[in-house]
Write a protein that binds this ligand. Structure first.
Ligand SMILES: Cc1cc2nc3c(=O)[nH]c(=O)nc-3n(C[C@H](O)[C@H](O)[C@H](O)COP(=O)(O)OP(=O)(O)OC[C@H]3O[C@@H](n4cnc5c(N)ncnc54)[C@H](O)[C@@H]3O)c2cc1C
Ligand code: HEM
Length: 392
């Protein structure tokens, strides 16, 4: 337990973490990957190169130091970290590695003037406290996955049952367990972790489940990223019957039950969790406004499916917005998704529950527009297809 003087020491490092937090976490990852190469495959190296993961960790460490007196204020952050960790199978044995490297980075980046023995001791206790909290929450989720009907713990081998091209960039992959058993139910919006070998290197990635499924398969829908290791391997190399390791579903960006009108707003491959959410919401009769933005018809996935669903469900209204339409493309709007368009397409702004996902600039804009239109923050839910960072 941290004593009051240790809490004060942690809080005194907040201004330094504000200015040097990213330098600290960037240095931390450098140390960890050099000293403990066994943890490297857990991490997406693109998120290291872009700085997104060091930034997300720096924001996390800073939030922790700021709220050291009131850890309950960290709730949503903890849930996000725990779910991401669980999808990638972070284990208790990994925590001492991170702790050792983090303390070394604190010492080396913040300098000897600041990092007295007392400060380092305080951070060591604070780290253990946070690690214990995360380990306990992660253990609960691991246990719940193992106990669920069709659930499991750790890696389970799945075989590719079907591969369906959805657009010029997105392909769906249907996975069936090799053991022939059922698969655990999941909450729409959740994702699975994948583990595979690419050019002799182990890689892990998370993909949203893009269909509710029938209890025997999971579907993910993957955009081919130019230069992307896993998405290209899946698109190019995988054929029906090929195997992959899947970790059980996790994620806290999930459809909350309710009767308020639902706005599912997506751009590009951000459509994937919205598809499962839509499938789950339709039987309740709840009004759904499905807004999807794409560059043009060629990269607009699932349009035929969605049009079919809309024809059969009067409570579903869908709108398409193309930023770079090709000749002959038909959309409800052209250009970017403006506030005026959102206002016109979402008539019940005071009651609507909005879920949105897409590239970060798109999400920042949607968040701003929804706020301007009077949609309360607690009715705006969003996910990042990478490490989370502040949208404003
Ligand atoms: C919760 C969640 C859900 C997701 N759901 C989906 C989904 O439903 N569908 C989907 O398609 N994606 C989804 N993603 C994204 C997915 O996990 C991958 O990040 C994505 O497929 C890219 O992986 P990749 O291996 O193909 O590309 P990466 O190898 O990660 O590369 C991504 C980009 O970074 C560049 N890059 C790679 N390595 C380096 C380096 N060392 N230095 C500089 N640049 C580099 C590459 O050229 C490429 O442009 C989701 C992500 C999250 C976090
Ligand atoms: C107290 C300790 C820890 C904290 C505060 C922490 C914090 C975070 C944060 C903030 C994220 C980003 C979440 C998001 O996507 O928004 C993250 C992701 C992640 N964490 Fe941790 N973490 C801790 C321990 C660990 C440990 C012990 C490991 C394993 C070595 C680990 C591995 C990962 C991985 C692999 C990711 C995803 C990175 C990616 O996208 O490439 N973390 N963590």
């Amino acid at each position: 337990m941290l004593d009051p003087s240790q809490r004060a020491l942690i809080k005194a490092t907040v201004p330094l973490l504000e200015s040097a937090g990213e330098a600290l976490t960037t240095h931390f990852y450098r140390i960890m990957f050099a000293e403990y190469p066994q943890v490297r495959p857990l991490f997406n190296q693109a998120h290291q190169a872009s700085g997104e993961q060091p930034r997300a960790l720096a924001e996390g460490v800073l939030a922790y130091a700021r709220h050291i007196d009131r850890l309950d204020a960290l709730g949503p952050l903890v849930a996000r970290i725990v779910n991401k960790h669980v999808a990638l199978q972070i284990q208790p044995a990994h925590y001492p590695i991170v702790g050792t490297c983090l303390l070394q980075a604190i010492r080396e980046v913040l300098g000897a003037d600041v990092t007295t023995d007392a400060v380092i001791d305080a951070w060591a206790v604070a780290y253990r406290q946070l690690a214990d909290l995360l380990i306990a929450s992660e253990d609960e989720l691991y246990a719940a996955s193992a106990a669920a009907l069709g659930g499991w713990r750790g890696a389970r081998r799945f075989l590719l049952a079907r591969k369906v091209v959805e657009s010029e960039e997105i392909t769906s992959f249907y996975w069936r367990p090799e053991d022939g058993g059922p698969v655990a139910a999941f909450i729409p919006g959740q994702y699975v972790g994948l583990r595979l070998q690419v050019e002799g290197e182990e890689m892990r990635r998370t993909y949203s489940l893009s269909a509710l499924g029938d209890g025997t398969t999971y579907r993910i829908s993957v955009k081919r990223e130019p230069g992307g290791k896993v998405s290209n391997a899946l698109h190019e190399r995988f054929v029906e019957g090929d195997g992959i390791d899947l970790f059980p579903p996790a994620g806290e960006f999930v459809l909350r039950p309710g009767s308020h009108p639902l706005a599912l707003i997506s751009a590009g491959v951000g459509i994937t969790p919205a598809l499962a959410m839509l499938e789950a919401a339709l039987p309740s009769g709840r009004a759904v406004h499905f807004i999807h933005c794409a560059r043009h018809g060629g990269v607009h996935a699932f349009r035929g499916w969605l049009d079919g669903v809309a024809a059969a469900h009067p409570q579903l209204r869908r709108f398409y917005c193309y930023s770079e339409p090709r000749d002959g493309d038909q959309a409800d709007a052209q250009g970017l998704l403006t506030r005026e368009r959102l206002a016109a397409w979402l008539p019940d702004l005071r009651r609507v529950e909005a879920y949105f996902l897409g590239p970060r600039p798109f999400m920042a804009q949607v968040k701003r527009h929804l706020r301007d239109l009077g949609v309360a923050d607690d009715r705006c839910h969003y996910e990042f297809f990478g490490p989370a960072t502040a949208l404003e």
